[in-house]
Design a protein around this ligand. Structure first.
Ligand code: PLP
Length: 461
C-alpha cells in the first residue's frame, strides 16, 4: 500500500467523525466564497497584521502610553496586606482578591515554603492523564468534593482556561447554551468555541430567562440536544448574586443543566463558605460548580465539582487539562492548607463580612450608589469622563494614599466611573472610616468640576 492510499483511507475515516465533516465543510465553504469574491474584484490592498495593530491599539490599549505603570500595570510591593507600597509610599489597598486574608497567613506561608523546599516547582512533570498525577492532587480533589457536597472534583490549572475548556467539552452543536448577559469573559470565550446555538438573557432577568428556555426547548426538541444554563454565583464587577434559587426553581418547568461560575462566592458566601448556592440553599440544584483558588484562597488554580460521571468525562475530555502540565506540587499542597483554614477558621469569613457591612452601609449612608451588591464586592458608581476618572484616582492615590481599582468604559457604560473596592479580613474599621471620608471629598470635588480635564492625566514620571 502506498503512502498516498494510506493517507486517503485515514482521511476518509476521519471524515466519518461528524465534527470533522462540519469543520471541513466550513473551511471548503469559506475557500469557495473567497474564490468567488476574488473573481469579482481584484485584490488591490493587503493589510500587514503588525501595521493593523500599530494603528488600532484596542479599547484599553489605546490608553497604554499615558496609563501604563500608574493606572494600568501598577506595581504593589511589600507584604500582601491592607497596606502596601505603591511608587515608594505606603497606601491603603482595596484592590486585592484576598478576601479571607489568607495570602499572608503565617500557616499558609509556612506550608507554601515547606512544599516549595520539598518538591520544587517542577513536579509533576506532565499532564495529569499522562505522567502528572499524584496523591496530593487526588487528596485535594477528594477534600473539595466533600466540602462542596458533590460526588467528585477535577482540579484546573487556571480558572479562566478551565472554564473555557469545560464549556467546550460539555456541549456540542446540538445543544443550546442560555447565559447571563454579564457573564465573565471566560464564559464568553467558552461560548465562542460552542458550535450550537446560544441565547443570552439580560442580567438576572428571570422573565427573559424563561422565554429563552422556551426558545431553547423548542430548538433542542428538533436537534435532540440538551440545554445548559450558565451564570455566576457572585458577579465579580457588580457584586450582586446570580438568582440561583429562581433558576433552580425553573427546573420544575424546563429540562436543563445548571453550570455556576462561583469565583467570587467560594469562601465568601454560605454558612461554611461553600459558596453562593449554599448561601441560597440550593447546593443540590447546581449541576456543575466552578470555583477558583485565585480569590478567597489567594493562590492559582481552580476546580469543578459535579457528579462522578460528569467529572470523569471532564478528566478525559477537557483539552486544557489533557494537553497541559498539571498544577505544581507546592500549589496543591498550599491549596490543601488554605482549604483547611477556610473550613476550620470561620472567624476569617466573619471578619470579612464585618468589614464588608461597615464599608457598604457606611458608603450607602453617605449617599453613595453601590448598585445591587449583596456580596463583599463593592462597586461605587460615579458619573464622569475617563479623564475625570484618572484625575480622581490620582487625587485618591497621591493625596489620600488610597489605592483602589478604577473601571471605565468599555467595561461600564460611557460616562460611568466605577471605583471597585474589595474588602478583606485584614482590613480594619479604621481603614473603612478613613476611606469613606476620603470618598466624600473626591465625590464633592468631582461634582464641583475640580477633576475636569480634556485628556487623561499623565503626571507619571
Ligand atoms: C467570575 C470569574 N470567573 C473566572 C475567573 C478566572 O479565574 P482564574 O483567575 O483562576 O483564572 C475569574 C477571575 O477573575 C472570575 O472573576
Amino acid at each position: 500500500m502506498t503512502a498516498d492510499s494510506i493517507n486517503s483511507i485515514l482521511l476518509k475515516r476521519l471524515c466519518q467523525l461528524p465534527y470533522l465533516k462540519l469543520i471541513l465543510w466550513r473551511i471548503s465553504g469559506r475557500e469557495r466564497s473567497g474564490l468567488r469574491n476574488l473573481n469579482k474584484k481584484q485584490i488591490t490592498t493587503m493589510t500587514d497584521i503588525f501595521e493593523k495593530i500599530r494603528k488600532n491599539r484596542g479599547p484599553l490599549g489605546m490608553h497604554a502610553k499615558d496609563a501604563h505603570g500608574y493606572f494600568t500595570f501598577p506595581k504593589l510591593e511589600g507584604e500582601i496586606s491592607n497596606k502596601m507600597v505603591f511608587r515608594g509610599k505606603e497606601r491603603l489597598v482595596w484592590s486585592l482578591n484576598n478576601y479571607l486574608g489568607l495570602a499572608n497567613h503565617p500557616e499558609v506561608r509556612k506550608a507554601d515554603a515547606e512544599a516549595a523546599g520539598e518538591y520544587g516547582f517542577a513536579l509533576p512533570m506532565g499532564a495529569r492523564m499522562m505522567s502528572g498525577n499524584s496523591n496530593p492532587h487526588e487528596q485535594l480533589e477528594a477534600e473539595l468534593s466533600s466540602f462542596m457536597s458533590k460526588e467528585d472534583t477535577i482540579l484546573l490549572n487556571f480558572g479562566y482556561q478551565g472554564m473555557v475548556s469545560a464549556i467546550d467539552a460539555l456541549v456540542d452543536r446540538h445543544d443550546v447554551i442560555v447565559y447571563d448577559s454579564e457573564a465573565h469573559a471566560c464564559i464568553i470565550d467558552g461560548l465562542r468555541l460552542h458550535m450550537g446555538k446560544r441565547f443570552v438573557y439580560p442580567h438576572n432577568d428571570m422573565t427573559s430567562l424563561e422565554k429563552q428556555l422556551e426558545r431553547a426547548t423548542k430548538l433542542v426538541e428538533g436537534t435532540n440536544g440538551g440545554i445548559m444554563v450558565i451564570t455566576e454565583g457572585v458577579f465579580g464587577m457588580s457584586g450582586d448574586q446570580g438568582k440561583l434559587k429562581e433558576i433552580v426553581e425553573l427546573k420544575k418547568k424546563f429540562s436543563f443543566r445548571l453550570f455556576v461560575d462561583d469565583a467570587h462566592g467560594f469562601g465568601t458566601m454560605g454558612k461554611t463558605g461553600a459558596g453562593t448556592a449554599e448561601h441560597q440553599g440550593v447546593q443540590d440544584g447546581i449541576d456543575i460548580y466552578f470555583g477558583t483558588f485565585a480569590k478567597s484562597m489567594a493562590l492559582i488554580g481552580a476546580f469543578i465539582s459535579s457528579d462522578e460521571q460528569v467529572v470523569e468525562y471532564l478528566r478525559y475530555n477537557m483539552r486544557s487539562q489533557i494537553f497541559a502540565k498539571a498544577l505544581p506540587m507546592p500549589l496543591v499542597i498550599g491549596a490543601l492548607k488554605r482549604l483547611e483554614l477556610l473550613r476550620t477558621q470561620p472567624e476569617l469569613k466573619n471578619k470579612l463580612w464585618e468589614i464588608t457591612n461597615a464599608l457598604q452601609s457606611g458608603l450607602r449612608n453617605e449617599g453613595f450608589e453601590l448598585g445591587n451588591t449583596d456580596s463583599p464586592v463593592t462597586p461605587v458608581y460615579l458619573n464622569g469622563t475617563i479623564p475625570e476618572a484618572t484625575n480622581l484616582i490620582l487625587d485618591l492615590r497621591e493625596n489620600y494614599d488610597i489605592f483602589c481599582s478604577m473601571v471605565v468604559y468599555p467595561v461600564v457604560p460611557k460616562g460611568v466611573i466605577m471605583l471597585r473596592l474589595i474588602p478583606t479580613a485584614v482590613h480594619t474599621i479604621a481603614d473603612v472610616e478613613y476611606t469613606i471620608k476620603a470618598f466624600k471629598d473626591v465625590k464633592n470635588n468631582l461634582a464641583a468640576g475640580k477633576y475636569n480635564v480634556d485628556k487623561i492625566v499623565t503626571t507619571i514620571s
